[in-house]
Design a protein. Sequence first.
Length: 94
Amino acid sequence: MPDKDNKYISATQMVGLMGVSPYMTPYTLYHQFKNNLHPLPVINEHVKWGLKKEGLILEAIGEKLHRPIKRNINQDFIKHPEYFIGCTLDGEIP
């Protein structure tokens, strides 16, 4: 999920900036930031199945590592303290 304020480049947008995203180009990313646009999220069968499996995958990773995994249920955007980059983690090991 991109930064709601359009001040940070997200991990999803980074692949667009590098020209390797099937969903955006450097040109569309430029216009998103220049015009403060917020494109609709991509919802397709791959995304739907990925979201359904996400919790199960995080649970399996936690079991394998013998560590608890904290899900990012609120979809909080984490910002780097020095650079204008960030990401929305699926989960983290506390």
